[in-house]
Structures are given as C-alpha cells and as structure tokens.
Design a protein around this ligand. Structure first.
Ligand code: NAD
Ligand code: UDX
Length: 466
C-alpha cells in the first residue's frame, strides 16, 4: 500500500517537527497535523516564522518550504482523520497526577480519547501509529477500543517510538541512528502496514537503519533507551560528587572512561541534573510497570536513577547556600539559563526550577536570564509547584532580557543551562558589576575556570574541587 495522506494528532514537540520532516522528505504525501489546542495550531500557521510554538534549529526553514504545500496544521481533527490512510498519535502521555499509579504511571487518557475519536470517525481501513511513548502492551488496549467502538473497518496498529532529542530534533529526524517500527508480523495485513511505514522512512533513511520488531519490543525499547540514557547521566553525576570530595575532576574521568569503546563518550557530562519531559516520566513509568508485575528489585534499580537526580539538584542549591556563608536571605542570585538544555525553549522538569524553588525557600532574590524562555513560562513553572503564593514568586524572582542586567549587583551567578553564548560574555565587566566576593556556580561545567579565577571570581564547577 502506498501512503498518500497522513494525519498526526498532537502538534507538540514531537508531532510538529516529525511531521514537518516527513512532509519535506516525502513531497508526494499530504501531511495534516491536528490539535485541540487552537492557539498552538494558530502559532504553527503564523506568518512570522519566529512565532512557531516550538524553537528548534532548522525547523522554521522546513516549515517555510512545506507549509500549505503538503504540510497543513488544523483544528479540524475529524476531517483529517477521515482523509488519512495513516494516523500518527503524538499526544502527551504525562505522569498520572491522580488515582492509582499517581506520580508514577503514564496517564493514557489523551491516547484513549484519540483512539475513540479515530474509531468513531473512520469509515475506511486505517493504519494507526503510536508515536507517543507508551507503556508496553498499550497497543492491545488501543486495538480493543478501535475494534469495539469502530464502524467495522480494519485497523492495523504500529508502534513507532520517536528518539529525537530536543534542540537537535531536525538533525535527529533527518539522520536517525535508527527508526523502530513494531507491528503484527504474523498476519498479511500487519505485514503490509509495517511495510507501508517502512516505505515512508525509506525515502531518506537507509534501509539497514529501519528496524522492524514485534509491537511489544518496540514499545519497551523506547522506555529502555530513555532509562539507559538517564542512568548514564545519574551515574556520572554520582561520580561528580565523589570527584568534589577527592580532588578528581569529573571531566577528566568522563574523558578517560569514554575512550573505552565499550562505554563510549556520549552522555557523560556531569550536570546539575537531567530535565526534560521524557527521562523522569519514562523511568517512573518503567518502575510502575515493573511493580505491577511484582518485580520489586527491578523497580528499585531504576528508581535509584531518579533519586540520584533529585539529590544532584538539591545538593547544587545546598552548595550555593553553604558557600554564601550559610545564608542567601535577601541576597541576589543570577540564573543563567532556565531551559532544561541548550537550544530549546522547553523547560519541562528543568533542574533550574527545583534549584530556584529551593533558593526562594531560603529567601534568596533571583534574577533569571534565558535566551529563549519567556517570563510567563518561568512563573508558570514555579507556580505549578505550589510551594508559595504566586505573588511571592513574582516578588522574589524577576526575569531579565539582558544577561548583564541579571548579573548586576548579584552575590552569585548560577549556570543552569549550557547555552553557548554564556561562554562569550564579557566576564570582566560582569565581575565589576557584582557584589564581592563574586561567586559563580557552574552547574554545567562550561565556563573557563582559569579565565574567571584570573578576573577574581570564586568559581565552583560541578564535579571538581580544584
Ligand atoms: P506536547 O505536550 O508538546 O504535545 C502534545 C499535543 O497533543 C498537545 O499540543 C496537546 O494539545 C495535543 N493533544 C492532547 N490530546 C489531544 C487530543 N485528544 N486530540 C488532539 N490533540 C491532543 O508533547 P510532546 O513533547 O510532543 O510529546 C508527545 C509524546 O511523544 C509523549 O508521549 C512523549 O513522551 C513522546 N516523546 C517526546 C519527546 C520530546 O522530546 N518531547 C521525544 C520522544 C518522545
Ligand atoms: C531525551 C532522549 O535523548 C531522546 O532520545 C528521547 O526521544 C527524548 O528524551 P531530550 O530530553 O530532548 O531527549 O534531551 P537529552 O539530550 O536526552 O537531555 C536530557 C537531559 O539530560 C537534559 O537536561 C540534559 O542537559 C541532560 N544531560 C544530557 C546531562 O546532564 N548530561 C549529559 O551528558 C547528557
């Protein structure tokens, strides 16, 4: 079967970039991305490409080339489902905040709503693709809904998890390490559905990198990949604390172990803690799945990755307080960065939020500068924690659009995100504008220690005591 029409439900960080790249690489396919969020769709359609809802290097260019040619953004979900031969479900699957599995399990209500809508609207056979990250065996629940609610049409369900990382989404989509497609290979229809999706990716991904598996392996591989990646970060962060006590330098340790080809050099940067919408959510989900099968040792093993990450965030703020003579009350601390990593405006689970919350509880005054994150987003992140009234967050924390203003008169600077521009600031002038002693707490280890110490800063880098 040759696919000519695709619908993607969910115009978020995954749906938007993924579909833009499919549209670019497959001009013969009409791709419609739909969402219930009208403002988000309006932003995807905005004339000014600076106003797209998601910032990703290279994305605006692709949208410019494809939008209104074979890429469309719409709120008419029924129409897009009806027209499409293949439907991607790319809705959010956050951690449950209520009921059984609260704080751990994935909340599948958005996926179920999607499945019910597809079932209700479809009058012809469809291939339904799980793009969202889902607990293993979700496809069987989706199939049950589609088959029982639908109009007697045939649905094939595929799992096609997305491995893109934010900030490099376009490059990851154009040159993926692999594309994973799980499907029912035991029936002819299942086989055809898998092949239809393979054929789409084969327009730009070498065949050897398109991996087909059974549905359950595909679903579980996504959770496994994120658990392994996060585990590497927690492992190197655990070593960063030992480094600080012993005089070893975590950067040197990372380099030394990364040159072992069995370990490899990536994902060994010690940090103030991992953030992002995926790692914590997906590990908690994995822990929950293990617990539901009674695999308590497995659950404990993976939960430790989260425990270590929480510890890393807390010990970073604790270190600021203790270094500033055990009180930060009334002291100004400048935050460079709020996003969970560089080159994205996404702040979900960013370490900066927890570090700020801890310091605000110590009555610090914080001034934040981030090149891409809005003031509204920063306040919303803090208010969401409900640690203190919203008015108090607004009084204690201000957001600046100029980094030099944020640092002026500060007692300390905390680097929370590894934005490249931070390296090129005029640090001499920042030093002159600060309270003395002028402290820098580099939660990403990106600044030049020698240069800063020469200027006069007291410089603390995660994972180093020298
Ligand atoms: P997101 O919150 O940015 O986008 C999800 C969108 O789905 C929202 O705009 C929401 O309005 C829409 N939506 C929800 N229910 C809907 C419905 N019934 N009908 C129409 N639209 C609906 O989420 P995201 O970051 O794009 O993540 C989506 C999925 O992809 C999640 O399962 C996530 O775990 C997974 N994932 C995310 C990333 C990432 O880097 N963000 C990477 C890989 C996988
Ligand atoms: C992650 C996975 O990498 C991606 O494959 C999946 O599809 C979604 O989740 P993402 O969360 O966008 O992607 O970014 P990633 O680059 O993995 O970084 C996650 C967090 O770990 C960030 O806060 C980052 O700063 C931190 N990190 C990463 C480190 O602290 N050290 C590292 O060495 C690498």
């Amino acid at each position: 079967m040759k696919i000519k029409t695709i619908c993607c439900i969910g115009a978020g960080y995954v749906g938007g970039p993924t579909m833009a790249v499919i549209a670019k690489q497959c001009p013969h396919i009409k791709v419609t991305v739909v969402d219930i969020n009208e403002a988000r769709i309006a932003a995807w359609n905005s004339k000014n490409l600076d106003h797209l809802p998601i910032f990703e290097p290279g994305l605006a260019d692709i949208v410019k080339q494809t939008r209104d040619k074979n890429l469309f953004f719409s709120t008419d979900i029924d129409k897009a489902i009806d027209e499409a031969q293949m439907i991607f479900m790319s809705v959010n699957t956050p951690t449950k905040t209520y009921g059984k599995g609260k704080g751990m399990a994935a909340d599948l209500k958005y996926i179920e709503l999607c499945a019910r809508q597809i079932a209700r609207v479809s009058k012809q056979n469809k291939i339904v693709v799980e793009k969202s990250t889902l607990p293993v065996r979700t496809a069987s629940a989706i199939k049950s809904i589609l088959d029982n609610v639908g109009n007697d049409v045939n649905f094939q369900i595929l799992s096609n998890p997305e491995f893109l990382a934010e900030g490099t989404a376009v490059q990851d989509l154009l040159n993926p390490d692999r594309v994973l497609i799980g499907g029912d290979q035991s029936t002819e229809k299942g086989h055809e559905a898998v092949q239809a999706l393979v054929d789409i990716y084969a327009n730009w991904v070498p065949k050897a990198q398109i991996l087909t598996t059974n549905v359950w392996s595909s679903e579980l591989s996504k959770l496994t990949a994120n658990a392994f990646l996060a585990q590497r970060v927690s492992s190197i962060n655990a070593m960063s604390e030992i480094c600080e006590k012993t005089g070893a330098d975590v950067k040197e340790v990372s380099k030394a172990i990364g040159m072992d080809s069995r370990i490899g050099p990536k994902f060994l940067n010690a940090s103030v803690g991992f953030g992002g919408s995926c790692f914590q959510k997906d590990i908690l989900n994995l822990v929950y799945i293990a617990k539901t099968y009674g695999l308590n040792e497995v659950a404990d093993y993976w939960e430790q990755v989260i425990i270590m990450n929480d510890h890393q965030k807390n010990r970073f703020s604790d270190n600021i307080v203790s270094t500033l003579y055990n009180t930060v009350s009334g002291k100004k601390i400048a935050f460079l960065g709020w996003a969970f990593k560089k080159d994205t405006n996404d702040t979900r689970e960013s370490a900066a939020i927890k570090v700020a919350d801890n310091l605000l509880s110590e009555q610090a005054e914080i001034e934040v500068y981030d090149p891409k994150v809005s003031k509204e987003r920063i306040y919303a992140d803090l208010d969401y924690l409900k640690t203190r009234p919203s008015e108090e967050n607004k009084t204690l924390l201000t957001v600046k659009t100029d980094p030099y203003q944020a640092c002026k008169n500060a007692h300390a600077i905390a680097v929370l995100t590894e934005w490249d521009e931070f390296k090129d600031y005029n640090w001499e002038s920042i030093y002159n504008s600060m309270q003395k002693p002028a402290f820098i707490f580099d939660g990403r280890g990106i600044l030049d220690k020698q240069q800063l110490e020469k200027i006069g800063f007291a410089y603390y880098k995660i994972g180093s005591s020298n």
